[in-house]
Design a protein around this ligand. Structure first.
Ligand SMILES: C[S@@+](CC[C@H](N)C(=O)[O-])C[C@H]1O[C@@H](n2cnc3c(N)ncnc32)[C@H](O)[C@@H]1O
Length: 303
């Protein structure tokens, strides 16, 4: 993009139109998404809500606001996610602060939350006990905090190997007033020795190291350790499945997000490990992204 946006970009409407045009031609966006993203970007830069933006298209923008939109559009054109520019992302109708230290929460991850809530409710109805849940690789904290928000009585723990990610997650717990959620630092189960949970949930890194998706300008801005465990992409999923029985109570459940083409492999790994009720239901887009399974009652704890 050039130094200026357009001739009439001194009003909100003009600025949105100019941003839309810039985004539609850029590598980072385009198509029908560009208008919605232009509105979100301008609203965030002007620090107003989308409703105000739409209600006052004639309102004049100040020079500093104009400069901020121009800066953000340049950074967007380089692939920087909108959420890193605005510093926030909606997930499960909650506002999460995000920084380049954490993965930007994705809409499909809401299916992990929905499945975990449904399974936890079932376990609670059967046992009468308050479920204990752990979210492995919590990043921004989106899964753990959405669950804690929906079920305030549940005991929720969240882990991550990245201290920087945990700082973001703890900040989100504080701003969402969910300070009862426990955060622990460490690799997968390492900080959970001797503990058992009713639910283990995770959206681990699962992209293969040689997947060209990692070259996407947007993904290049996100932490590599959040995207790929390197190798064939299965190392984290394999490890979480393999060791889950040592951290699940009898009848407890595992809920995993994975790649759209990894569903059958993940289901096979779970069955081979001895899990029952393995279920991989397609999301709204028809992709198999979330698989859940139950550790059996009778053989619980046995390899
Ligand atoms: C795909 S991101 C998911 C983040 C968040 N749960 C979400 O759904 O947006 C994977 C997370 O796993 C963490 N991670 C990567 N390797 C890890 C390891 N060995 N042990 C624990 N966490 C790890 C990353 O720091 C990252 O936050």
């Amino acid at each position: 993009m050039g130094e200026t946006l357009a001739d009439d970009d001194t009003t909100i409407a003009g600025l949105v139109a100019a941003a839309d045009a810039a985004l539609a031609t850029g590598a980072a966006s385009g198509g029908s998404e560009s208008r919605r993203e232009a509105e979100a970007l301008v609203a965030a830069a002007l620090q107003i809500g989308r409703a105000t933006l739409l209600a006052h298209p004639e309102r004049r923008v100040s020079d500093p606001q104009h400069a901020r939109v121009r800066d953000w559009l340049v950074r967007r054109a380089r692939g920087e996610p909108l959420a890193y520019l605005t510093g926030v992302r909606e997930f499960w109708s909650l506002t999460f602060r995000v920084t380049p230290d954490v993965l930007v929460p994705r809409p499909e991850t809401e299916d992990v939350v929905a499945r975990a809530l449904a399974l936890g409710d079932e376990l609670q109805a059967r046992s009468g006990a308050t479920p204990a849940v752990v979210d492995l690789g919590t990043g921004s904290g989106c899964i753990a905090l959405a669950i804690a928000h929906e079920r305030p009585a549940w005991r929720v723990t969240a882990t991550d190997a990245s201290p920087a990610a945990l700082r973001v997650a703890r900040g989100n717990a504080h701003s969402l007033e969910l300070v009862h959620v426990e955060f622990v630092e460490g690799r997968w189960y390492a900080p959970l020795a001797g503990r058992r949970f009713d639910l283990i949930v995770s959206n681990p890194p699962y992209v293969a190291a040689n997947d060209t998706a990692l070259d996407d300008p947007a993904l290049r801005h996100e932490p590599r350790m959040a995207l790929t465990p390197e190798g064939d992409g299965y190392a984290a999923l394999r490890h979480i499945i393999e060791d889950a029985p040592h951290y699940l109570r009898a009848g407890g459940c595992l809920v995993l997000e994975h790649g759209a083409r990894q569903g059958s492999d993940v289901s096979r790994m779970l069955e081979t490990r001895g899990f029952r009720h393995v279920r991989c239901a397609p999301d709204l887009a028809g992709h198999d992204r979330v698989t859940s399974a139950q550790w059996p009652h009778i053989t619980a704890g046995l390899p």
